[in-house]
Design a protein around this ligand. Sequence first.
Ligand code: AMP
Length: 274
Amino acid sequence: MLIARTFSELRDANKKLAGSLGLVPTMGALHEGHLALIKAARAGSGKVAASIFVNPLQFAPNEDFARYPRDEPGDLAKLASAGCDLVWLPDVATMYPEDAATTISVGGPADLWEGAARPGHFAGVATVVAKLFGQVRPQAAYFGEKDWQQVQVIRRMATDLLLSVQIVPVPTVREKDGLALSSRNRFLTPAERQAAPALYAALAQAALAIAGGTPAAEALAQAETLLAKAGMLTDYLVLVDTQSLAPLQSAIAPARIIAAARLGSVRLLDNVRV
Ligand code: AMP
Protein backbone atom coordinates (compact mmCIF):
# COMPACT_ATOMS: atom_id res chain seq x y z
CA MET A 1 0.00 0.00 0.00
CA LEU A 2 1.42 3.37 -1.06
CA ILE A 3 1.28 6.26 1.40
CA ALA A 4 1.46 9.87 0.21
CA ARG A 5 1.67 12.95 2.44
CA THR A 6 2.86 15.54 -0.09
CA PHE A 7 1.88 16.44 -3.64
CA SER A 8 5.12 15.01 -5.01
CA GLU A 9 4.52 11.70 -3.20
CA LEU A 10 0.96 11.70 -4.52
CA ARG A 11 2.14 12.32 -8.09
CA ASP A 12 4.64 9.43 -7.81
CA ALA A 13 1.97 7.15 -6.40
CA ASN A 14 -0.49 8.10 -9.15
CA LYS A 15 2.10 7.18 -11.80
CA LYS A 16 2.63 3.77 -10.19
CA LEU A 17 -1.13 3.13 -10.10
CA ALA A 18 -1.82 3.70 -13.78
CA GLY A 19 -5.43 3.02 -14.77
CA SER A 20 -8.85 3.62 -13.28
CA LEU A 21 -8.89 4.75 -9.65
CA GLY A 22 -11.72 4.75 -7.08
CA LEU A 23 -11.52 7.18 -4.15
CA VAL A 24 -12.91 6.73 -0.64
CA PRO A 25 -12.71 10.04 1.25
CA THR A 26 -12.69 9.67 5.06
CA MET A 27 -11.85 11.53 8.25
CA GLY A 28 -10.17 8.45 9.73
CA ALA A 29 -11.01 6.55 12.94
CA LEU A 30 -12.02 3.85 10.50
CA HIS A 31 -14.65 1.20 11.16
CA GLU A 32 -16.48 -1.47 9.17
CA GLY A 33 -18.63 1.21 7.49
CA HIS A 34 -15.55 2.80 5.94
CA LEU A 35 -14.19 -0.63 5.01
CA ALA A 36 -17.45 -1.41 3.16
CA LEU A 37 -16.69 1.63 0.97
CA ILE A 38 -13.20 0.25 0.28
CA LYS A 39 -14.75 -3.10 -0.61
CA ALA A 40 -17.26 -1.45 -2.97
CA ALA A 41 -14.44 0.53 -4.57
CA ARG A 42 -12.38 -2.62 -5.06
CA ALA A 43 -15.33 -4.27 -6.78
CA GLY A 44 -16.15 -1.25 -8.94
CA SER A 45 -12.81 0.37 -9.76
CA GLY A 46 -9.37 -0.89 -10.77
CA LYS A 47 -7.28 0.56 -7.96
CA VAL A 48 -8.48 2.04 -4.67
CA ALA A 49 -7.31 5.20 -2.95
CA ALA A 50 -8.51 6.31 0.49
CA SER A 51 -7.93 9.75 1.94
CA ILE A 52 -7.75 10.54 5.64
CA PHE A 53 -8.20 14.19 6.52
CA VAL A 54 -10.12 15.65 9.45
CA ASN A 55 -11.42 18.67 7.60
CA PRO A 56 -11.51 21.78 9.82
CA LEU A 57 -13.65 23.65 7.29
CA GLN A 58 -16.69 21.43 7.90
CA PHE A 59 -16.70 21.91 11.69
CA ALA A 60 -18.26 25.02 13.25
CA PRO A 61 -16.24 26.65 16.07
CA ASN A 62 -18.58 25.11 18.68
CA GLU A 63 -18.27 21.60 17.20
CA ASP A 64 -15.99 18.67 18.00
CA PHE A 65 -12.99 19.21 15.67
CA ALA A 66 -10.47 19.04 18.54
CA ARG A 67 -11.95 15.91 20.08
CA TYR A 68 -12.67 14.15 16.76
CA PRO A 69 -11.03 10.70 17.12
CA ARG A 70 -7.69 10.18 15.34
CA ASP A 71 -5.86 6.85 14.95
CA GLU A 72 -3.51 6.91 11.98
CA PRO A 73 -1.56 3.69 12.73
CA GLY A 74 -4.78 1.74 13.30
CA ASP A 75 -6.35 3.23 10.16
CA LEU A 76 -3.35 2.34 7.98
CA ALA A 77 -3.38 -1.26 9.22
CA LYS A 78 -7.11 -1.57 8.44
CA LEU A 79 -6.72 -0.06 4.98
CA ALA A 80 -3.78 -2.33 4.15
CA SER A 81 -5.69 -5.45 5.11
CA ALA A 82 -8.78 -4.25 3.22
CA GLY A 83 -6.69 -4.14 0.03
CA CYS A 84 -6.41 -0.38 -0.39
CA ASP A 85 -3.70 0.62 -2.90
CA LEU A 86 -3.00 4.21 -1.89
CA VAL A 87 -3.63 6.38 1.17
CA TRP A 88 -3.56 10.16 0.79
CA LEU A 89 -2.78 11.88 4.10
CA PRO A 90 -2.55 15.62 3.48
CA ASP A 91 -2.05 18.10 6.31
CA VAL A 92 -4.09 21.27 6.83
CA ALA A 93 -1.51 23.53 5.13
CA THR A 94 -1.55 21.31 2.03
CA MET A 95 -5.34 21.42 1.80
CA TYR A 96 -5.76 25.07 2.77
CA PRO A 97 -2.73 27.20 1.85
CA GLU A 98 -2.83 30.60 3.53
CA ASP A 99 -3.66 32.44 0.32
CA ALA A 100 -6.51 30.08 -0.66
CA ALA A 101 -9.63 32.13 -1.40
CA THR A 102 -12.13 29.71 -2.90
CA THR A 103 -14.89 27.73 -1.25
CA ILE A 104 -17.69 25.83 -2.93
CA SER A 105 -21.20 26.69 -1.93
CA VAL A 106 -23.86 24.16 -2.93
CA GLY A 107 -27.52 25.19 -2.84
CA GLY A 108 -30.50 22.90 -3.50
CA PRO A 109 -30.10 19.71 -1.45
CA ALA A 110 -27.54 21.43 0.83
CA ASP A 111 -29.94 24.11 2.04
CA LEU A 112 -32.13 22.10 4.39
CA TRP A 113 -31.74 19.72 7.39
CA GLU A 114 -28.00 19.21 8.09
CA GLY A 115 -27.32 22.33 6.05
CA ALA A 116 -29.73 24.39 8.17
CA ALA A 117 -28.62 22.82 11.47
CA ARG A 118 -24.91 23.32 10.68
CA PRO A 119 -24.39 26.50 8.63
CA GLY A 120 -21.21 26.22 6.54
CA HIS A 121 -20.95 22.46 7.02
CA PHE A 122 -21.73 21.45 3.43
CA ALA A 123 -19.57 24.25 2.00
CA GLY A 124 -16.73 22.70 4.01
CA VAL A 125 -17.56 19.22 2.75
CA ALA A 126 -17.98 20.29 -0.89
CA THR A 127 -14.75 22.29 -0.85
CA VAL A 128 -12.64 19.48 0.59
CA VAL A 129 -14.18 16.85 -1.68
CA ALA A 130 -13.59 18.99 -4.79
CA LYS A 131 -9.97 19.44 -3.72
CA LEU A 132 -9.57 15.69 -3.11
CA PHE A 133 -11.01 14.99 -6.58
CA GLY A 134 -8.54 17.46 -8.10
CA GLN A 135 -5.63 15.94 -6.21
CA VAL A 136 -6.35 12.21 -6.58
CA ARG A 137 -8.17 12.42 -9.95
CA PRO A 138 -10.42 9.36 -9.43
CA GLN A 139 -12.89 8.07 -12.01
CA ALA A 140 -15.31 7.14 -9.23
CA ALA A 141 -15.78 8.13 -5.58
CA TYR A 142 -17.60 6.14 -2.91
CA PHE A 143 -19.76 7.67 -0.17
CA GLY A 144 -21.87 6.11 2.61
CA GLU A 145 -25.66 6.27 2.52
CA LYS A 146 -25.35 6.77 6.29
CA ASP A 147 -24.88 10.45 5.33
CA TRP A 148 -27.69 10.47 2.78
CA GLN A 149 -27.91 14.23 2.37
CA GLN A 150 -24.13 14.44 1.92
CA VAL A 151 -24.28 12.00 -1.00
CA GLN A 152 -26.94 14.15 -2.71
CA VAL A 153 -24.91 17.32 -2.10
CA ILE A 154 -21.75 15.77 -3.59
CA ARG A 155 -23.73 14.48 -6.55
CA ARG A 156 -25.21 17.92 -7.15
CA MET A 157 -21.74 19.50 -6.99
CA ALA A 158 -20.14 16.91 -9.30
CA THR A 159 -22.94 17.37 -11.84
CA ASP A 160 -22.99 21.17 -11.65
CA LEU A 161 -19.20 21.52 -11.89
CA LEU A 162 -18.91 18.85 -14.63
CA LEU A 163 -16.35 17.01 -12.53
CA SER A 164 -16.77 13.71 -14.42
CA VAL A 165 -16.33 11.63 -11.29
CA GLN A 166 -18.95 8.94 -10.83
CA ILE A 167 -20.51 9.24 -7.35
CA VAL A 168 -21.30 5.79 -5.94
CA PRO A 169 -23.48 5.44 -2.80
CA VAL A 170 -22.83 2.47 -0.49
CA PRO A 171 -25.46 1.07 1.93
CA THR A 172 -25.13 1.81 5.66
CA VAL A 173 -23.29 -0.72 7.80
CA ARG A 174 -24.98 -1.30 11.17
CA GLU A 175 -24.30 -2.98 14.47
CA LYS A 176 -26.33 -6.12 15.15
CA ASP A 177 -28.86 -4.02 17.10
CA GLY A 178 -29.36 -1.64 14.18
CA LEU A 179 -27.21 1.31 15.27
CA ALA A 180 -25.39 2.76 12.24
CA LEU A 181 -21.62 2.57 12.72
CA SER A 182 -20.07 5.97 13.28
CA SER A 183 -16.70 7.23 14.50
CA ARG A 184 -18.58 9.26 17.11
CA ASN A 185 -20.39 6.26 18.68
CA ARG A 186 -17.35 5.82 20.97
CA PHE A 187 -18.47 8.96 22.83
CA LEU A 188 -21.74 7.31 23.93
CA THR A 189 -21.86 6.27 27.59
CA PRO A 190 -22.86 2.61 28.15
CA ALA A 191 -26.43 3.70 28.96
CA GLU A 192 -26.60 5.91 25.86
CA ARG A 193 -25.17 3.09 23.74
CA GLN A 194 -28.05 0.91 24.94
CA ALA A 195 -30.59 3.58 24.01
CA ALA A 196 -29.03 4.51 20.64
CA PRO A 197 -30.56 1.73 18.47
CA ALA A 198 -33.97 3.37 19.09
CA LEU A 199 -33.15 5.81 16.28
CA TYR A 200 -32.98 3.17 13.57
CA ALA A 201 -35.86 1.23 15.13
CA ALA A 202 -38.07 4.34 15.08
CA LEU A 203 -37.17 5.17 11.47
CA ALA A 204 -37.71 1.60 10.29
CA GLN A 205 -41.09 1.49 12.03
CA ALA A 206 -42.15 4.82 10.51
CA ALA A 207 -41.07 3.69 7.03
CA LEU A 208 -43.13 0.51 7.37
CA ALA A 209 -46.15 2.46 8.63
CA ILE A 210 -45.99 4.99 5.77
CA ALA A 211 -45.57 2.22 3.19
CA GLY A 212 -48.62 0.55 4.78
CA GLY A 213 -50.78 3.66 4.38
CA THR A 214 -50.41 5.49 7.70
CA PRO A 215 -50.31 9.26 7.04
CA ALA A 216 -46.68 10.43 7.08
CA ALA A 217 -47.27 13.12 9.71
CA GLU A 218 -48.73 10.53 12.10
CA ALA A 219 -45.95 7.99 11.52
CA LEU A 220 -43.24 10.63 11.96
CA ALA A 221 -44.84 11.93 15.17
CA GLN A 222 -44.90 8.37 16.56
CA ALA A 223 -41.21 7.98 15.70
CA GLU A 224 -40.38 11.23 17.46
CA THR A 225 -42.22 10.02 20.57
CA LEU A 226 -40.10 6.83 20.53
CA LEU A 227 -36.93 8.93 20.35
CA ALA A 228 -38.04 11.10 23.25
CA LYS A 229 -38.76 7.94 25.30
CA ALA A 230 -35.20 6.76 24.55
CA GLY A 231 -33.84 10.06 25.88
CA MET A 232 -33.09 11.63 22.50
CA LEU A 233 -33.69 15.18 21.40
CA THR A 234 -34.82 15.24 17.78
CA ASP A 235 -33.21 17.89 15.54
CA TYR A 236 -35.25 16.82 12.54
CA LEU A 237 -37.10 13.68 11.51
CA VAL A 238 -38.68 14.12 8.09
CA LEU A 239 -39.94 12.42 4.95
CA VAL A 240 -38.04 13.81 1.96
CA ASP A 241 -37.54 13.40 -1.75
CA THR A 242 -34.50 11.11 -2.12
CA GLN A 243 -32.52 13.51 -4.33
CA SER A 244 -33.73 17.07 -3.75
CA LEU A 245 -34.26 16.53 0.00
CA ALA A 246 -37.47 18.59 -0.30
CA PRO A 247 -40.02 17.65 2.40
CA LEU A 248 -42.85 15.36 1.29
CA GLN A 249 -46.35 15.00 2.75
CA SER A 250 -46.60 11.42 1.47
CA ALA A 251 -44.39 8.86 -0.21
CA ILE A 252 -45.69 9.28 -3.76
CA ALA A 253 -42.21 10.19 -5.07
CA PRO A 254 -39.10 8.09 -4.22
CA ALA A 255 -38.82 8.92 -0.53
CA ARG A 256 -36.47 8.62 2.41
CA ILE A 257 -36.89 9.36 6.10
CA ILE A 258 -33.84 11.23 7.38
CA ALA A 259 -33.19 12.15 10.99
CA ALA A 260 -30.72 13.74 13.36
CA ALA A 261 -31.09 13.37 17.12
CA ARG A 262 -28.97 14.25 20.10
CA LEU A 263 -28.14 11.63 22.69
CA GLY A 264 -26.01 13.07 25.47
CA SER A 265 -23.04 14.76 23.80
CA VAL A 266 -23.43 12.82 20.52
CA ARG A 267 -25.46 13.82 17.50
CA LEU A 268 -26.71 10.68 15.74
CA LEU A 269 -27.68 10.68 12.05
CA ASP A 270 -29.59 7.98 10.25
CA ASN A 271 -32.00 7.46 7.37
CA VAL A 272 -34.12 4.73 5.78
CA ARG A 273 -35.79 4.12 2.46
CA VAL A 274 -39.58 4.23 2.35
P1 AMP B 1 -16.40 10.04 7.85
O1 AMP B 1 -15.04 9.49 8.11
O2 AMP B 1 -17.33 9.94 8.99
O3 AMP B 1 -16.36 11.41 7.20
O4 AMP B 1 -17.03 9.09 6.76
C1 AMP B 1 -16.36 8.80 5.57
C2 AMP B 1 -17.30 8.05 4.65
O5 AMP B 1 -17.73 6.86 5.28
C3 AMP B 1 -18.56 8.87 4.33
O6 AMP B 1 -18.88 8.66 2.96
C4 AMP B 1 -19.57 8.24 5.24
O7 AMP B 1 -20.90 8.36 4.75
C5 AMP B 1 -19.13 6.79 5.24
N1 AMP B 1 -19.67 6.07 6.39
C6 AMP B 1 -19.61 6.45 7.69
N2 AMP B 1 -20.27 5.57 8.46
C7 AMP B 1 -20.79 4.63 7.64
C8 AMP B 1 -21.58 3.45 7.83
N3 AMP B 1 -21.99 3.07 9.03
N4 AMP B 1 -21.91 2.73 6.74
C9 AMP B 1 -21.51 3.10 5.50
N5 AMP B 1 -20.75 4.19 5.26
C10 AMP B 1 -20.40 4.96 6.30
